[in-house]
Design a binder for this molecule. Structure first.
Ligand code: FEO
Ligand code: CA
Ligand code: CA
Ligand code: CA
Length: 598
């Protein structure tokens, strides 16, 4: 076999052409299958899915809605068996229920949408000679919902900002939702980012707002789309102002113990975490990178002061689950090497878009769990809970929606998807800079950081400036633009076993469907970008996993559009015919069991 860390190997497939099909389109010579879809039972006593008779009791035992991040973790000692761990980011009532009244969903519909959020752990079994993965009712299977119990740790826990009427301890939080991307830790747990949590809390306009905290996190006026506030007052900021301060964290789940209480790590800050990915240095230091997905928001990293204990025993796991509770949280400030040449057109400076950066420390959390604020005028608990305000004060760089981060396991370089920002340099909005070089940026870019991981300095360059390769304002690391696939709105990132970067997209501004792309990072073909698959109409490509033998994608929100309803479905994927669209996880493999892209 080809040694791992050989970029280029693993991308030998015929690129799929951009299209608008209502299908998962894959390269010639590959096969595909839906692994699991919304409503599929994950427990032996779960009812079969019935679109017209869905209940909350059924949904609690079935796969949730709008699968996003996906992790595939081999089960030790059981050949070809894995845990599939998935985020269920959000729900869309008008597509889930016939005759849905968005002004007055029924109590049962509200309970169903709460149960359809969160996460799922599902055991899946492979099959000799193919890439098929089949869910089984294994002992690890688990649903985590908007009502499951979590432990809040770090400087926010038990603070004046996190105690509520129902929880005077300020540590026992119910639920996770808006979970976007995530990461797998080397100690065998899964991280999940609570992203657009603000949209679940009603009456932001009626809450008191000292220092503009409510405004900075963008809580909506009046009611929310899901109306959970109607059956559960904790979702009403005018009644329970602190409840929202208990969301917006990096969540950690130990999928190997279905009864374990998942953790929310406030030492890593509260923001719209797209996800969190881990890099362990040669010296064993653990670093986690995370982005705040909002136009003009920031990039963060957390450097733990704790090292991983090896082994899979209970005592190692107990220790390792505290790694993200002690350390320093930083935010990034970037400068460009060619600032004078950046005019908003996307014209590439001589030598490419390059620069330097600094990690500015915000919060140091000690072994006792107590925090020390490194920001003038803010307490540690304030920095942990109102992290965006802390980062504003230190002059961090306002980015074009920082989404997923991923460190190359072979080179240690860190990649960031900056998905788009159509407000860049619009009217009185912040202008362009070298890392965010285009006005009204519709197509996004991918940033490459050369970080020393535990330190405070880095250098950076833009790997890709996305869009139609025929357009002058795109850049593929200097690679021949007539030889690449068009790519727009990079969102989630993953590495294959050879060190190639894979990028999934969300919101393709080139008027074709979203998809998954490979990018070669090193050698003469650096920048070569090829489309491996496209997802059905209206869908977003999430959670990519690329192993030697499987490509797994979360197909999120197939058929989503403003006027989509069960009587007017915009997609019939995955079941075809006249069926309702169902978000699903799909697997693609090379026919006859060959290696992906080889
Ligand atoms: Fe859930 Fe940042 O996309
Ligand atoms: Ca996104
Ligand atoms: Ca990722
Ligand atoms: Ca996404």
């Amino acid at each position: 076999p080809t040694p791992a860390g050989t970029p280029g190997t693993g991308t030998a497939f015929t690129a799929v052409a951009p299209n608008k099909e209502d299908a998962l389109t894959i390269p010639e010579g590959y096969d595909q299958q839906v692994v699991i879809r919304w409503g599929d039972p994950i427990f032996a006593d779960a009812p079969a899915f019935d679109f017209d008779k869905q209940t909350a009791a059924a949904q609690l035992k079935q796969f949730g809605y709008n699968n996003d991040f996906a992790a595939l973790m081999p089960i030790e000692g059981q050949a070809n068996s894995y845990l599939l761990v998935v985020n269920h980011e959000y729900t869309t009532g008008p597509m889930m229920f016939r005759g849905y009244n968005k002004d007055a969903p029924t109590d049962e519909q509200i309970a169903i949408t709460k149960a359809a959020h969160g996460m799922a752990v599902v055991e899946v079994k492979g099959e000799a000679g193919s890439g098929k993965l089949t869910p089984v009712f294994g002992k690890y299977n688990r649903r985590i919902t908007a009502d499951s119990e979590f432990l809040l740790t770090g400087p926010a826990a038990g603070s004046a900002f996190t105690v509520t009427g129902a929880d005077p301890s300020g540590k026992k939080v119910l639920g996770t939702f808006a979970n976007c991307a995530g990461g797998v830790t080397p100690w065998g747990t899964v991280l999940s980012g609570e992203e657009n949590f603000n949209g679940y809390f009603a009456n932001g306009d009626k809450a008191s707002d000292p220092q503009g905290r409510v405004k900075r996190y963008g809580f909506p006026k009046g009611g929310t789309p899901n109306q959970w506030e109607r059956t559960d007052k904790r979702f009403d900021l005018s009644q329970e102002p602190n409840e929202a301060n208990r969301f917006g964290y990096v969540v950690e789940v130990n999928p190997w113990d279905a009864s374990s209480t998942p953790i929310k790590h406030s030492a890593m800050g509260r923001l719209k975490h797209e996800g969190a990915s881990i890099y362990v240095t040669g010296a064993g230091d653990v670093v986690s990178y995370t982005g705040d997905d909002e136009k003009f928001d920031y990039m963060y990293k957390f450097v733990s002061s704790r090292k991983m204990q090896s082994g899979t025993g209970a005592s190692a796991m107990r220790h390792n689950l505290t790694i993200l509770d002690a350390g320093t949280l930083y935010v990034a400030k970037l400068t460009g090497d060619h600032a004078a040449e950046i005019d908003g057109s996307g014209k590439v400076p001589t030598g490419g878009f390059t620069g330097k950066g600094q990690w500015i420390p915000l919060l140091e959390t000690g072994d006792d769990g107590k925090g020390k604020s490194l920001v003038d005028g803010m307490s540690a608990a304030e920095v942990a809970v109102f992290t965006r305000l802390a980062a504003d004060k230190v002059g961090a760089t306002k980015m074009d929606r920082p989404e997923d981060f991923e460190a190359n396991p072979f080179t240690g370089k860190v990649y960031v998807a900056l998905t788009n920002n159509d407000n860049r340099a619009k009217d009185d909005k912040p202008g362009v800079d070298e890392a965010n070089p285009r006005k009204l940026n519709k197509n996004g870019q991918v940033l490459e950081l050369t970080d020393n991981h535990t330190g405070t300095d880095f250098t950076w360059s833009l790997l890709l400036v996305c869009g139609d390769p025929a357009a002058a304002d795109t850049y593929f690391a200097g690679f021949d633009k007539t030889e690449v696939s068009p790519i727009s709105c990079p969102d989630n990132l993953a590495f294959d076993p050879y060190g190639n970067l894979w990028i999934s997209t969300d919101g393709n501004a080139l008027k074709t469907n979203d998809g998954l792309f490979s990018v070669i990072l090193d050698g003469p073909n650096r920048g070569e970008t090829k489309q491996f698959l496209t997802v059905p109409k209206g869908a977003e490509t999430c959670g990519p996993i690329v192993t030697e033998s499987h490509v797994i994608v979360s197909v999120q929100h197939p058929g989503e559009s403003d006027d989509a309803t069960p009587d007017n479905p915009q997609s019939h994927w995955p079941d075809g015919g006249t069926s309702q669209p169902r978000p699903a996880v799909a697997v693609v493999w090379k026919k006859n069991g060959g290696r992906i892209g080889v």
